[in-house]
Write a protein that binds this ligand. Structure first.
Ligand SMILES: Cc1ncc(C[n+]2csc(CCOP(=O)(O)OP(=O)(O)O)c2C)c(N)n1
Ligand code: SF4
Ligand SMILES: [Mg+2]
Length: 351
């Protein structure tokens, strides 16, 4: 595998966050993706979000599958834990890691091929179980790494670089995530960092299954006229329903919007999601309304972006299963093997 290490030095005037890290401390190796690939912009947004949230890099575990998108965890958070799994298998490895140690922040990065084709079953079950994670799909409508075949998210009628139209119906992963019970669902665009950074920050602050579909054009195979995943097409057909600010507990909450134009959602970690409504009728706390709007706009060839749904009180898999707080590798022999008397009690209860 090719990679280029970045020099450790950084400019002394770079600003530090509240825990003393510069933005440089959240970067990874030098990217080997095509210059202009949307995926690199998403990596930059992840770096910015983690820096702004003062996350300690060693508290993050980044997991991915196979694809150009799944290569990107090498290019951000170089001081975090990482696991590049098998094609489409990131969700199950993430679920296991999360159950073994709930103290880390789990960030799954995948592609539309990785998650909507070979990994669709894994995606479905991780979301419906409410695994506490941020699950990002870098959606370019093609298998970029294997030279641009249509993926399952490609729109019907979308034309390939060689001029062939896609005949299959698309999967919309946002609609699926909503239907499956994800408690934080958003759609972003790699070309809109102003929208994407707060979407990622909100997802990182959320407890439960947070899903982000980020449209991320593949400049090598899917950025031409006739594609519905090109930079031009997405810019022209992108309708944002809201603008998100993530307000941290320590920061003063400044009321800079008209009352009635905003929705505030308190998250379990004390942060507030402040949503400025761009669509006056859109309420991101209504799952059914979100699904309806996405489908209506999709029928018109439009993409709805922003924070589409949030339920801050939904909980997660740990809460559903009643797992122990402590990481499993910190449990002693006494806790793992409670002895013959406890076993006898369990056996008696089952007789
Ligand atoms: C089991 C298996 N099947 C097929 C492949 C070939 N393969 C590698 S990446 C990929 C698709 C990647 O597409 P996507 O997840 O959308 O990532 P992108 O490159 O577009 O970011 C495929 C089919 C593989 N590596 N392993
Ligand atoms: S082939 Fe496409 S997805 Fe892969 S790095 Fe190049 S532009 Fe990005
Ligand atoms: Mg892809």
């Amino acid at each position: 595998m090719t990679y280029l290490a970045k020099p450790k030095l950084h400019h002394p005037s770079l600003g530090c966050n509240a825990i003393g890290f510069t933005r440089r401390d959240y970067e990874g190796k030098i990217s080997t993706l095509c210059a202009g690939c949307g995926h690199d912009s998403i990596s930059a947004a992840i770096i910015q979000a983690c820096w702004e949230l003062d996350i300690q890099p060693h508290r993050v575990a980044k997991l991915s599958g196979i694809g150009c998108s799944s290569k990107t965890p090498d290019y951000f958070l170089g001081q975090s834990h990482g696991f590049n799994t098998v094609h489409g298998r990131m969700p199950s490895v993430l679920t296991g890691a999360s159950l073994a140690n709930r103290e880390l922040i789990y960030l799954g990065v995948s592609g539309d091929g990785d998650s909507a084709s070979i990994g669709i079953g894994q995606f479905v079950h991780a979301i419906r179980r409410g695994v506490d994670m941020v699950y990002i799909v870098e959606n370019n409508g093609v298998y970029g790494l294997t030279k641009g075949q249509f993926s399952a998210t490609a729109d019907q009628g979308s034309v390939s670089k060689k001029g062939v139209a896609n005949t299959d119906s698309p999967l919309d992963m946002v609609t699926m995530a909503l239907q499956l019970g994800a408690s934080y669902v958003g759609r972003g665009f790699s070309g809109d960092k102003k929208q994407l950074v707060p979407l990622i920050k909100g997802a990182l602050s959320h407890r439960g299954a947070a899903f982000l579909d980020v449209i991320s054009p593949c400049i090598a195979f899917n950025n031409h006229a006739g594609s519905t995943r090109s930079y031009d097409y997405v810019r022209e057909h992108n309708e944002a329903v809201n603008q998100l600010d993530v307000l941290l507990p320590r920061a003063a909450i400044v009321a800079d919007y008209e009352a009635g134009d905003t929705i505030d959602v308190e998250q379990h970690d004390g942060s507030t999601l402040r949503l400025r409504k761009l669509d006056a009728d859109y309420d991101p706390r209504d799952r059914i309304a979100a699904m309806n709007l996405i489908q209506q706009r999709h029928a018109r060839g439009e993409l709805v972006t922003g924070l589409l749904y949030v339920d801050a009180g939904a909980g997660d898999l740990h809460g559903h299963l009643g797992t122990v707080e402590a990481p499993l590798n910190s449990l002693g022999a006494g806790e793992l093997s409670p002895g013959a008397a406890a076993l006898e009690k369990i056996n008696a209860a089952l007789r």
